[in-house]
Design a binder for this molecule. Structure first.
Ligand code: SF4
Length: 340
């Protein structure tokens, strides 16, 4: 494509905030390296830190400030390594390829989440080497394509969650990594995060996946709570039973999560006839957010052997984040500024 750098002057973080985000980015990267080293050498501790301390912070940040998340995400930091050293390639992906990569990211998310139960929550080497492989892909994307295209605003399987939760974005600035926007992709959700739902209206594939997502998340945690999948329980208890009868477990995990997806899809399919599209996708995002924290809080308690009262205590921050995002004046402000 023949587009040169686009000089966009609005929605830039003030300089002190940019500095703060850069410091946070370095800290997040150091935490990521330490966690990866622990996952390799002390998987029991490293995996707990990653899945049951660090990752549960992400949905809250994505709900109120998705572009602040992009500013500090260690994976996107790796994608921008070469750019920070003056090597931002000129190659831009076409709108068609970008749309295909983004659709692939949605499929990757749905196919990948169940594997957490089977391997990634409890098998250190699987998580370590998969993370390394992803970093290699991301580094290559940064060397080949402009700015965040290819991975961060392309095939990344976390991006769909940014799209869903980003509808409520209170922080509307571009990521620190995009202060000088290079127009790396068309229709970029980072420029107007609160309009990220437009992707859901554009593509029936992503709309349908989004409709099944809340039930899919709920089923993921029900597998644990109802003891259908006991891999994590064995891992937390240190009895090392993971890997036993993996085929049966894979069938149970994918079967339950597919059933949760279908129930959720059917419920939102019925609601779709009664609600405005924007209201529907907001309801989907809030349902998934609620299911996530109701499910993850008992897992965190078990992972760290915390007392029972820690569960309601852990639900306070996500409840505050949700109330903040839904505060009537902020919601009205966003609605009045965004096209239907
Ligand atoms: S990701 Fe979006 S905001 Fe960032 S450089 Fe690319 S087009 Fe600009």
């Amino acid at each position: 494509m023949s587009v040169t750098n686009a000089k966009i002057i609005d929605r830039i973080y003030p300089l002190p905030v940019q500095r703060l985000l850069r410091i946070s980015m370095v800290l997040a990267f150091v935490v990521f390296i330490v966690e990866m080293a622990l996952i390799y050498s002390e998987p029991s501790l490293g995996l707990r830190l990653l899945w049951f301390a660090t990752i549960p912070l992400a949905p809250m940040i994505l709900l109120v400030a998705p572009n602040a998340w992009v500013s500090i995400c260690p994976i996107s930091t790796v994608q921008t390594f070469s750019h920070r050293f003056g090597q931002n390639p000129h190659r831009r992906l076409s709108p068609r390829i970008t749309a295909k990569l983004q659709a692939f990211g949605w499929v990757l998310m749905i196919a990948g989440i169940p594997t957490r139960h089977l391997f990634f929550n409890s098998v250190g080497w699987a998580t370590f080497w998969t993370a390394l492989a992803i970093l290699a892909v991301v580094l290559a994307a940064g060397l080949l394509f402009r700015s965040l295209s290819g991975w961060c605003v392309g095939a990344c399987p976390i991006r769909p969650i940014e799209v869903l939760y980003g509808q409520f974005a209170l922080d509307k600035n571009r990521p620190e990594k995009c202060t000088d926007c290079s127009a790396c992709i068309p229709s970029c959700q980072r420029l107007v995060p609160e309009n990220s739902h437009s992707e859901l209206h554009r593509s029936s594939l992503t709309a349908n996946i989004a409709m099944g997502f809340p039930g899919f998340v709920a089923a993921y945690f029900l597998l644990d709570l109802l003891n259908v999948c006991d891999i994590e329980h064995a891992f937390f208890a240190g009895t090392g039973a993971q890997g036993s009868d993996l085929l049966r477990l894979a069938g149970a995990v994918y079967g339950w999560m597919a059933a949760g997806f279908v129930v959720s899809w059917a419920a939102f399919f019925v609601l779709r006839r009664r609600l405005k599209e924007r209201t529907l996708f907001r309801a989907i995002a809030l349902s998934a957010f609620t299911a996530y924290y109701l499910g993850v809080a008992p897992e965190i308690r078990e992972a760290w052997s915390l007392p029972f009262w820690s569960i309601p205590a852990m639900l306070i921050p996500p409840a505050v984040a949700m109330a903040w995002a839904l505060w009537p004046s902020k919601l009205t402000d966003r609605t009045s500024r965004t096209p239907a």
